[in-house]
Write a protein that binds this ligand. Structure first.
Ligand SMILES: NC(=O)c1ccc[n+]([C@@H]2O[C@H](COP(=O)([O-])OP(=O)(O)OC[C@H]3O[C@@H](n4cnc5c(N)ncnc54)[C@H](O)[C@@H]3O)[C@@H](O)[C@H]2O)c1
Ligand SMILES: [Zn+2]
Length: 371
């Protein structure tokens, strides 16, 4: 599920045309959201056309609310109108929403066509571009309809981060913190040491973060591509996080939901005597320092979140299994499929206690993006 070629370097976007031309495809549909299309769509289109390939740019409205079957259908119909054939290529230029959505188009269009990913958000660069997961959300669940589809190439151009809104930069840092939390304490320590440079968008620091996180995720995917075991660790923070996204009608951004979810699941792990005491507080301190939320809006209760988690893909047989850590940098559950079952009342009590103690952090509404 990992790409044949990876380009994490300055001016990577300019090389898009050469990379796509090297795949021997007949034509290309570039998919971007309405924000990114305006900023980088012409550069991507120009690069592919300059390499001698017919190409079109198709945009959809930015935001998680577009990651639906309806947008997927509209994009596939548009690709057909534009004459994309079995020998065509979909190029996704954008954040995680675009990568997942355009990736799902590529996975399903004529039973699968070539896919090239150009992540432009930090979250896309550190996480969503790696591992071949594509899909869309439904009312019943986050990423409920999806497919695994290997991208042929991934291009990361750090220059595009210059236009990324501050809140989006932080959302990417949340997934990078996750990589540290699940297997590399040094990554977390490095993020803390380089916090000023990262938040100040120093290119060298951001490039190193992307390289580190991409290497972490690629190693996990290479070891367990089909999530029979170790890959489940990447879901740390996501059982509660996905429930929060669904509860807020997908208005709570994914990175923010994962930040809240990691602290919540560390607390659940502590209550279940799986996770070292103090881990939730330590993660909350790191995430708060990065400007990320660590508790949901005040109207969300533990009871709201946990029944929702029952319909998550990670729930097996109606009982909730969590990807947990023993302590920062050390995963739990190596003997039980890398997930741990926690009785629902233990989880519910620990969240109720955690969020009651976070009253001050819970005054912001999801409509205002929480942070
Ligand atoms: N497939 C995977 O393995 C995987 C992993 C992690 C997350 N995800 C998915 O990724 C999604 C979240 O991704 P996201 O946070 O990137 O959201 P997103 O794609 O909505 O991007 C966030 C915002 O940033 C804007 N943006 C992106 N790049 C920009 C740039 N260079 N300059 C200015 N604005 C820019 C977008 O237009 C959007 O408004 C979720 O749906 C999540 O489920 C998938
Ligand atoms: Zn995620």
């Amino acid at each position: 599920l990992l790409p044949d070629s990876v380009h994490i370097e300055a001016q990577a976007l300019d090389r898009l045309g050469d990379v796509v031309a090297g795949l021997a495809v007949a034509r290309c549909v570039i998919i971007a959201d309405s924000n990114v299309a305006g900023m980088y769509g012409q550069a991507a289109l120009g690069s592919v056309q300059a390499a001698g390939l017919p190409a079109d740019l198709v945009a959809f409205p930015a935001g998680e609310a577009s990651k639906t079957r309806e947008t997927w259908a509209a994009l596939a119909d548009r690709a057909a109108e534009l004459g994309l054939g079995r020998d065509g290529c979909v190029v996704a230029v954008g954040g995680g929403v675009t990568l997942d959505l355009a990736g799902f188009v590529a996975a399903t269009y004529m039973r699968g066509v070539a896919l090239v990913l150009v992540p432009t958000s930090l979250l896309g660069m550190v996480d969503a571009a790696w591992g071949g997961k594509t899909g869309v959300d439904t009312v019943a669940g986050k990423n409920l309809a999806g497919a695994l589809h290997r991208p042929r190439a991934v291009l990361v151009d750090p220059a595009v981060l210059a236009t990324l809104p501050d809140a989006e930069l932080r959302h990417g840092l949340a997934e990078a913190v996750k990589h540290g939390a699940i297997r590399d304490r040094e990554q977390l320590a490095w993020i803390e040491r380089r916090r000023g440079a990262l938040l100040g968008r120093e290119e060298a620091a951001l490039l190193e973060l992307v390289t580190r996180s991409a290497a972490c995720k690629r190693a996990i995917v290479a070891a367990d591509p089909y999530e029979r075991g170790e890959r489940a660790l990447l879901n740390f923070g996501h059982t509660v996080g996905h429930a929060l996204e669904r509860l807020t009608g997908y208005r709570l951004p994914h990175g923010a939901a994962v930040a809240i979810g990691m602290v919540a699941e560390a607390a659940i792990g502590e209550a279940a005597a799986v996770t070292e005491a103090g881990t939730a507080a330590e993660l909350a301190r790191v995430l708060t320092g990065l400007g990320l939320p660590v508790a949901p809006p005040a109207w969300v209760t533990a009871v709201d979140v946990l029944p929702g988690a029952g319909s998550d893909k990670k729930a097996r047989g109606g009982r909730i299994r969590y990807a947990l850590i023993e302590r920062i940098g050390v995963p739990a559950g190596s003997g039980t499929g890398w997930t741990v079952e926690v009785p629902e009342e233990v989880a519910r009590h620990s969240l109720a206690r955690l969020w009651a103690g976070a009253a001050g952090a819970r005054q912001v509404s999801p409509e205002r993006n929480v942070i």
